[in-house]
Design a protein around this ligand. Sequence first.
Ligand code: ADP
Ligand code: ZN
Length: 739
Amino acid sequence: MSKLLELAGDPNATLHRVPVVLPVALDQSYDYLLGEEGPVEPGTFVLVPFGPQVRIGVVWDEPVGLQKPVALNKLKALAGRVDVPKLPIDSMRFAEWICKYTLSPLGMVVRMMMGARSAFEPEKVKFGVQIVPDAQLPARMTPTRQKAIEIAGDGLIRAKSELAKAAGCTTGVVDGLVQAGVLVDVAIPERTYPQPRPDHKTVEFSDDQEVAVHALRASIDSKAFSVTLLDGVTGSGKTEVYYEAVAAALEQGRQVLIMLPEIALTSQFMGRFEARFGCSPVEWHSALGSAERGRIWKAVGSGKARCVVGARSGLFLPYTDLGLVVIDEEHDGGFKQDDRVNYQARDMAVVRASLGKFPIVLASATPSIESHVNARTGRYRHVVLPGRFSGVELPEVSAIDMRNDPPEQGCWLSPKLVNAIKDTLEQERQSLLFLNRRGYAPLTLCRSCGHRIECPQCSAWLVEHRFRRRLNCHHCGFSLPLPEKCPKCGEQDSLVACGPGVERISEEVTERFPESRTVILSSDLIPGLTEMREIIAKIEAGEADIIIGTQIVAKGHHFPDLATVGIVDGDLGLVGNADPRAGERSFQLMHQVTGRAGRAMVRGRGFVQTHQADHPVMQAIVNGDRDAFVEYEIRQRQIGFLPPYGRLAGLVISARDKELAELFARDVVRHAPQSEKISVLGPAEAPLAVVRGRHRWRLLVKAPREIDMQSYLREWLSQIPAIKGDIRLNVDVDPYNFL
Ligand code: ADP
Ligand code: ZN
């Protein structure tokens, strides 16, 4: 009798079943039969037959979700194990928590946790070349051969392509040297991750810092869950302070994760880390190659990597012994993901810390309202650094009322701002102009027939990008060359650009200050993180006079020569489509951007161009009165039962067919369970009504704080009609995007 049949009659059959979760959009595990090789521990990655394929899944410790009982003799057997570190139990509990909170299928969270496909593939041994000591030089020497031999003379192992690049020759030349016996092929050793040393450098702290350091160290020493809000103006020395918490956790031999908004992962930050800990941290972000991601995933899972600095997805690495998470710029909207699994990484990190029973530190100069409220209610500890470490005061900010000081015709900078830049240039210091809008102009209009050029697939105008000479859609990526005549009426040269983007501001700056060196910092003009780091290093080194940037200038950079900051359009984003965080975001952005000025030696100046100088947010910015803003904003949230005083969930229903989407949305609303406390608003056509040809309808669910929103949604969604055709329903608990 075969082993399988033998098992089928076994009363202890569950001993031979293992539940496996696959990285697919399903909310259940599947049972597989244990093979001959004996028991598998939970968290083990295994190969399993799934439909016609063999896929990688992870062994769970309990069956998940509703499943039809399958007789043991119908089960398929595990097809093998994958030789990678296990998914830790904490990660499993964390994945379940995220699913419960976001209503995403467990498989999709597991997919995020599997982070790098290449981690699960056998690692290819890579070969490089190395010089053969005392080898005889080849008979035929050329300048390129000479150069390559010189470079290889240091004895290091290099990939052929790397040596060729360094010597300015082809890999053929390198091959020739191998044939001649001067170089030899050798395996490139596996990358090792240097260990950060907590005591590499000792820092003298100010009195305020000392208090903060003491509080953070105490939280690490207690080895228990706690949340500390580290709250201090830009330049107050928060980074220096939380490095001490990092050091304390490393001293305990535990792993550490520092999360930053993706664009703040600059070489500046890495340089500071290295100065403090003697080596670079392990970086984790989207710009890494797949092989590198795979290696890091394994190094974290095996405990070889001790300190990770990463973007939000760094939270899902398989830490074996995570002992501290730090979230810098905790207020940043970039921690919210709106794709597949809609999660807020800052909030999920707090959950992770609570599951793992370790402390977490949230640092910001402009904490989120949620964190302020948590600090006030005592749920979070509040550690404050009141002033800048340098002692230099925060910049003096003034509003430029555009009704009284309008720019000249066809220009965007008011005379006051222009004069401030002029002064700054004369003092040989830097100015920064901030406008959160990529491209040249947000709208292109026909002077002759009034036609506005829209995206054919989205309800959005196409944005002119003059450097590229194209019109682009910022929602779907659609793009076309800048037309010479109106696509509607055919009139030649009738198209005009309306409104400014950063490229247009740069044009005005170049016209006004032709001698000055200007730089545009905008994500679409910079191909990747490496290039971005180079540009930032140049600015830091004083190789630019005027910087024009989108929101990427707001994040964590330290430009010592920056004296003047101008916000080109302070009204942009001040009020947003039913977005309860519009005011907050606007305040944070303006505060952070103006806070870049005058960090090192002299007090800086900030100017905000606005048509709403009386708006409470603007007043708070100008008066440098963050507390006033926080009070005002907390009141607004309380009155409106908005987060964190109420709960929100957004539902977006979309389909290619407008009517189908609308009918389905109405049907969904009809099935909403009745509740006195919960209101369902909509359906309403989304502000961004069409994206990529899909018509979108929105519902907003509002509930008081004490309501279990997830249970309500789950009950509701279990009753809605089956999703037909190409209809999509996206549920976003605690949404940050209301478009
Ligand atoms: P934040 O993170 O609050 O913006 P940083 O930690 O970046 O502040 O500190 C601002 C500047 O002050 C940095 O250049 C930093 O090196 C310096 N600094 C902060 N604390 C100290 C300290 N204790 N000793 C020396 N320099 C410090
Ligand atoms: Zn589009």
